[in-house]
Design a binder for this molecule. Sequence first.
Ligand code: FES
Length: 198
Amino acid sequence: MSLRRLHHEQPASFAYSEANKARAEKEIAKYPPGRQASAVIAALWIGQEQEGWVTKPMIEEVAKLLDMPFIRVLEVATFYTMFYLAPAGEHVVQVCTTTPCWLRGSDEVVKACKKHIHDKPQTVSADGKFSWEEAECLGACVNAPMIQIGKDTYEDLTGEKAAEIIEAIRRGEKPKTGSQIGRTSSEPAPTVLKEVQS
Ligand code: FES
């Protein structure tokens, strides 16, 4: 289960930059008067892009901006794994550990993250490049186990393959996304097809 709470030391304050304040206001203007709370995800996302993570003062500022109780904004920030509640690395590795991924070996993927990033989740690696965290189902169960890094997913993993992907990104390379065993989307694994053909 991922640790999604405000447990990290917090900065004293938060303010949107002028440009980001304008972006947030543009998002708010998309909704009818009195419905500005609908812009909560966008407002948090813009804040996270600015600071690298979602801080408590940021949540307070968003609550003020959208005229929402603090707890309602906190609920959103803690529910969605797209929001980082502690300082994050340049690349955040989200490891799905929900049952299908767990049954297919996500423990080995977690071990690889501990070895190649940091022993603790939501902790930035020594080179500042990575942090990792457990996540609930990320929607690629058919190719379990999997990780998501930014907008990319890497599927059909082993611990070894996950480590290779992390190290390739560390070197500035762009590893192949999707299935790591050559499947297109979620087609049957190549071994199954060979058995059928013979
Ligand atoms: S259970 Fe891991 S992607 Fe759905």
